[in-house]
Design a protein around this ligand. Structure first.
Ligand code: ARG
Length: 284
């Protein structure tokens, strides 16, 4: 069967959104506290440094316009799930973020993607909760996304879906506790999952690199992976050592201003050509 081409397939391409209107204006996860505001200048510096590191890997960064009143639009991982020329748009759990959707939809349509609306009753938060490791789509559910929504996506895309329940409110999106590096290889924080979820991950990913609780809190699992480069927040030395031992090139950059909103490197990005670990990327 011939597949429509991904419009960004020729090179690693990343969507970001400048933090012009970023701030802690509401509290929808346990990291957020309106009394602990983000410092605007520092957030801007941190975001620019992350953008520069991504560009240094050879990837192209595309920008979405920031919108006043949408402080979490910076977290482009939640805009949708990219699969070839399709984007499954998010159905945000909280109305504070649901207002991002029309802007995200317009951006994708203007850049050559077919947008797919998930049936309304299903909550779904894009690449924050849906990550490919090889041909398999892992779907985090309960806190932000519905398991049945992941199943719907699996039928729509014709891929195997493994829903994994997220049991710790601090790790409310799958990308805060699980990060595929390559087919059969991923980083994870075991305590974010129940016994069943850990078993499901072990059964479907040949090698899992566990992250220490102190580094999980530093968002070690929320890494941007481009080629052999793995970009994380500062304060993850054990993970960086484990990555270097396996031939990866970890890089750290401070992202504390975004941790205040419950996000870090990966949340601030969306791979438009598909994550390196996603098998569909290489299939023509
Ligand atoms: N404040 C945002 C929220 O709670 C942070 C989103 C982080 N994004 C992510 N992909 N984990 O929705």
């Amino acid at each position: 069967m011939s597949q429509a081409a991904n419009p960004f397939a020729d090179r690693p391409s990343v969507l970001m959104c400048p933090p012009e209107y970023y701030g802690i204006q509401y509290e929808i996860n346990p990291w957020m506290d309106r009394r602990r505001q983000a410092d605007h200048r520092e957030a801007t510096r941190q975001w620019e440094r992350l953008r520069d590191l991504i560009q240094e890997t050879g990837a192209t960064v595309y920008l979405m316009d920031p919108v006043p009143g949408l402080p979490d639009l910076v977290f482009t991982a939640n805009a949708g799930l990219v699969y070839r020329d399709q984007v499954i748009l998010s159905n945000f759990r909280y109305r504070e973020r649901a207002r991002e959707r029309p802007y995200q939809k317009r951006w994708f349509q203007q850049h050559g993607f077919r947008t797919v609306d998930l049936p309304e009753p299903y909550h779904f938060e894009g690449a924050g909760d849906a990550l490919f490791c090889g041909p398999t789509l892992f779907g985090g559910y309960r806190i932000r996304s519905h398991a049945a929504g992941h199943q719907w996506i699996g039928r729509r895309l014709g891929c195997q879906v493994i829903p994994v329940e997220l049991v710790n409110p601090f790790y409310y999106h799958l990308d805060t506790c699980f990060c595929p590096l390559a087919p059969g290889l991923a980083i994870y924080f075991p305590d974010a999952f129940d016994q069943y979820g850990r078993q499901a991950l072990r059964a479907h990913v040949a090698e899992l690199i566990p992250v220490h609780v102190e580094e999980a809190r530093r968002f070690a699992c929320n890494a941007v992976v481009i080629g052999r480069r793995v970009i994380t927040n500062t304060g993850c030395p054990r993970l960086h050592r484990a990555l270097r031992e396996r031939g990866w090139e970890p890089v750290e950059t401070p992202l504390d201003e975004f941790v205040k909103a419950g996000g870090s490197a990966k949340c601030l990005t969306l791979r438009l050509d598909g994550e390196d670990a996603a098998a569909w990327r290489r299939e023509g």
